[in-house]
Design a protein around this ligand. Structure first.
Ligand SMILES: [Zn+2]
Ligand SMILES: [Zn+2]
Length: 135
């Protein structure tokens, strides 16, 4: 069990189990959403995510590609991402930085490097994809 929260502490949640995929996403939308060079989301099955407080503080933004991002309306913390694919699979992606304990997970790849910012280049040994992961 791992617990997480937003910056103001209004939104609190816990996760009972993680799915294996944890990617650093360099797409433009993640850059904007996080205000950072890339985002790191971890996939979780819906039934493994439990809200403890502040669900009324969650505000949602649905983009043209039908993906939906959720954030705290009080402090602006980026928390959730859900694509059409996630909805079909019954999963959601949670911002890894929102966890307060240290989840025992290791990101496996950089994705959407075609949109990478000029001022940061990953030099680790993770798999690197210009778009989404290739199966
Ligand atoms: Zn907050
Ligand atoms: Zn992204």
């Amino acid at each position: 069990m791992n617990t997480g929260s937003c910056l103001c502490g209004g939104v609190k949640f816990s996760v009972a189990a993680f799915e294996p995929l944890v990617g650093h996403c360099h797409c433009n939308m993640c850059q904007k959403f996080h205000g950072a060079a890339f985002s790191t989301f971890i996939e979780v099955k819906r039934e493994h995510l439990h809200w403890h407080s502040g669900i009324h503080l969650l505000t949602h933004y649905r983009a043209k590609n039908d993906s939906e991002r959720s954030f705290c309306q009080r402090c602006g913390s980026s928390l959730l991402f859900e694509s059409k694919f996630n909805r079909e699979q019954g999963t959601v992606e949670i911002a890894l930085s929102a966890f307060d304990d240290k989840p025992n997970v290791t990101p496996d790849a950089h994705i959407y490097l075609e949109n990478k910012v000029d001022w940061y280049t990953p030099n680790d040994s993770l798999c690197k994809y210009q778009g989404y992961r290739k199966s």
